[in-house]
Every structure is written in C-alpha cells, then in structure tokens.
Design a protein around this ligand. Structure first.
Ligand code: GRF
Length: 205
C-alpha cells in the first residue's frame, strides 16, 4: 500500500515509521512526505531516506479548492492509498477527505475526545491535561473527518500522570507511546486487519 505522510515539524513519528518500514515490521511503501513548513526537519529525514517530498501550504494557493486540487493530483500521481498525519498542523481540505474515506489517519498525544480540538497541540495538550488534574493520559490514533481530532478511534493507549510530571516530561513519555503504536495502526490498515462499522473500528486493541 502506498502511503503519504503529512508532517509540519520535527517528524519523529515519521522517522519511526521509516525505521519500522526498514526493519521489515511495517509493510507499506512510504511514497511521499507532504509538509507545509519548508524548514521542518521532517524534510531532512525524507531526503536522508530518499523519500520524495512536497512542500505545499494553503497560503501558496488562491483558495482552498485550488490547494485541494494540487494535493489530490500529487497524491494520485504517486498512487497514494493511505495518508498518515504525523504532527500536521493544517486542515485537510474537504475534497481530499472525500477522496480518501477512512484512509486518512491522525495521531494525537492525549485521550480523545478530551484534550483535543483547535489550539490543543504540542505541549499545550500536556499542559491542559496537567491543569485539569487528569490522572491518566496517552495516545489516540483515529481516522480523520471534517472536525479536528474527532474521527473514529482506531487505537488508544494510556500512561499515568505522575505527581512529578510537567508538560515536558509528559510529552516525552506520550511520544514514546506514539512511536510504539503508530506503525501498528498503519500495518493493521494495510493488511486489512482493521475494519469499521460506523464509529466502531475493530482489529487493533
Ligand atoms: C506528536 O505528538 C503527534 O501526536 C502530534 O504532533 C506531534 C508530532 O511530533 N499530532 P513529531 O513531529 O512526530 O515528533
């Protein structure tokens, strides 16, 4: 299965997918990296592993429709069947969502539906968890729909919030969970082990 990764930042999740692909655990072809931020370190990772990349931001286009058509044409050119968002900070246009039903996944560093949505990204998510006083947090992998952090949940895993945690330590421990799990969700989709019925997603626990 040809897969595109969308990333806006450092791309440690992208790197982990590359590692799992190279170690033979993950059976997808990472065909393309798409990023909106030209200085993102994710581009460097793509270069290092000879993965094709596209720098494409909504601001490069006169409107969202033109941006969507550009994304769609590149995705089609590269025969992409699955899109994995890995720290991607831009909204996926409606036309792309419609062309990839249950074929766009996202990873979020908290337990949705709590601590998600607009403005909750990076360490802000972990600070919100701490400020609320939650005793567990974790990772959520979900299909992407029209609303931020809202689509059907594929997988979640938890860690305890420790009395000694700050946003930084929590981010580090959740990121380790992310790295351990994202490739499994992609592998489950690529192998056909994951199935969906309405909001329920089966096949990965
Ligand atoms: C991760 O915490 C992911 O859950 C969120 O953005 C962050 C990306 O980190 N969506 P990285 O760029 O993969 O290191």
């Amino acid at each position: 299965m040809n897969c595109a990764i969308f990333a806006s930042g450092g791309g440690s999740n992208f790197q982990e997918l590359i590692n799992r692909k190279e170690s033979g655990d993950l059976h997808v072809n990472i065909a393309l990296l798409v990023g909106n931020n030209s200085s993102a370190f994710a581009f460097e990772r793509a270069r290092k592993h000879s993965i094709k990349s596209l720098h494409c931001a909504p601001s490069h286009f006169q409107d969202e429709k033109t941006y969507a058509l550009k994304l769609l044409s590149v995705l089609r050119e590269n025969k992409v069947e699955l899109i994995a968002l890995a720290g991607y900070m831009k909204r996926i246009p409606h036309e792309v969502l419609a062309a990839f039903p249950n074929r766009i996944v996202n990873i979020h560093p908290a337990l949705l539906p709590a601590f998600g949505g607009t403005g909750l990204y990076g360490e802000k998510v972990h600070q919100a968890v701490l400020d609320y006083g939650a005793k567990v947090t974790g990772v959520t992998i979900h299909f992407v729909d029209e609303e931020y952090d809202h689509g059907p949940i594929i997988f979640q895993d938890t860690i305890k919030v420790l009395d000694t945690d700050d946003a930084h330590t929590l981010a580090r421990r959740v990121l380790a969970l992310e790295h351990a799990s994202y490739w499994k969700a992609l592998e489950g989709i690529a192998s056909g082990a994951i199935s969906t019925k309405g909001r329920r997603v089966y096949g990965l626990v």
